[in-house]
Design a protein around this ligand. Structure first.
Ligand code: SAM
Ligand code: DTB
Ligand code: SF4
Length: 323
């Protein structure tokens, strides 16, 4: 039996990641079955509530104002529109609805008041509400919690070293501070990263190590494959090898036994068989719906077919991890 540990070392993570793939998947699947129901997959739907025009310089991101990308800039959506989309997502089987804004940070202004109204409305539908709004203070996080937010997403994205090559407008420390504020406010934490940006294996494992040493572990850990977008500095990056995605998910599964590992961005480039390997390796959550924030995602029909083939079913909202 694997205990939940907070003292992993890089050497341990490397030896897990580098073992023969067959053994790695088996080990990860064993942990997955010990802590979770392998037939249940959380379906989470994203909605970009404020799109583009972001002052940050995240090299992967189509929403950074400084890159010429083919997105439509949109101001903060109306509350009713957001609740309508959440209702549709719920009807399609989604249990979590995540509001994403192209903001550097949350400000105490009328826009934030409006987000609070959106949260209340979506929470009233019985869905887990998640927000990803950039950096946040403890007081702001508490306000979200009081309005009914269940989880806050803020990614570390990569290792502290490689981070400097990807983002210059904020520090790794700022990210850790936000995660701390989210935790102190009593929200659950959703924190993961991106692979395929040109980072080394060590960078990936360093990121995982930082996450694995957060106490408690984030309840949800999204592993994104870079979606290269024209106009961004990473537009020409090659697609990440699926085996690396599987290894990353499996390693995360093993070192974070109680967390839900999310097979996140990048599914449109994966075949059903490749995605099946990720579920076998311990992915217990996906983003559903035609769009992530600004880029395409497999539609609900495709995902229903995949679930039917594999014998998977959507996980209910507010379900405790089964241990
Ligand atoms: N602006 C907020 C922030 O940066 O925290 C919230 C939204 S931001 C788009 C959320 C996360 O999406 C990023 O931290 C990154 O991990 C992921 N992301 C953005 N663009 C991506 C891309 N092209 N491929 C993969 N993941 C991406
Ligand atoms: C996460 O880890 N991935 C999601 C969510 N958290 C906010 C975002 C992926 C964005 C992919 C690029 C886009 O659609 O704009
Ligand atoms: Fe802005 Fe977030 Fe995109 Fe960075 S990832 S440019 S902070 S929207």
């Amino acid at each position: 039996m694997t205990d939940i540990r907070f003292d992993w070392t890089l050497a341990e993570l490397s030896s897990i990641y580098e073992q023969p793939l067959i053994d790695l998947i088996y080990q990860a699947a064993t942990v997955h079955r010990r802590y979770h129901n392998p037939k249940e997959v959380q379906m989470s739907t994203l909605l970009s509530i404020k799109t583009g025009g972001c002052p940050e310089d995240c090299a992967y991101c189509p929403q950074a104002a400084r890159y010429q990308t083919d997105i439509t800039i949109e101001r903060l959506l109306d509350v009713d529109e957001v609740i309508g989309k959440a209702r549709q997502a719920k009807a399609a089987g989604s249990s979590r609805f995540c509001l994403g804004a192209a903001w550097r940070e949350v400000r105490d202004n009328r826009d934030f008041d409006r987000v609070i109204e959106m949260v209340k409305g979506v929470n009233d539908l019985g869905m887990e509400v998640c927000c990803t709004l950039g950096m946040i203070t403890e007081d702001q996080a508490k306000r979200l919690k009081d309005a009914g937010v269940y989880a806050y997403n803020h990614n570390l994205d990569t290792s502290p070293e490689f981070y400097r090559e990807i983002i210059s407008t904020r520090m790794y420390e700022d990210r850790l501070d936000t995660l701390d504020n989210v935790r102190k406010a009593g929200l659950t934490v959703c924190c993961g990263g991106i692979i395929g940006m040109g980072e080394s294996q060590n960078d990936r494992l360093q990121m995982l190590l930082t996450i694995a040493n957060l106490q408690p572990h984030p309840e949800s850990v999204p592993i994104n494959a870079l979606v290269p977008v024209d106009g961004t500095p990473l537009a020409e990056r090659e697609k990440i090898d699926t085996w690396e995605m599987v290894r990353m998910i499996a390693t995360a599964r093993i070192v974070l036994p109680g967390s839900l590992i999310r097979l996140s961005a990048g599914r449109t480039d994966m075949s059903p068989a490749e995605q099946a390997l990720c579920f076998l390796a311990g992915a217990g959550s996906i983003f559903t719906g035609e769009k992530l924030l600004t880029t395409p995602n497999p539609g609900i029909n495709e995902d229903r077919q995949l679930f039917d083939i594999l014998g998977l079913r959507p996980r209910e909202a507010f379900k405790e991890t089964e241990i």
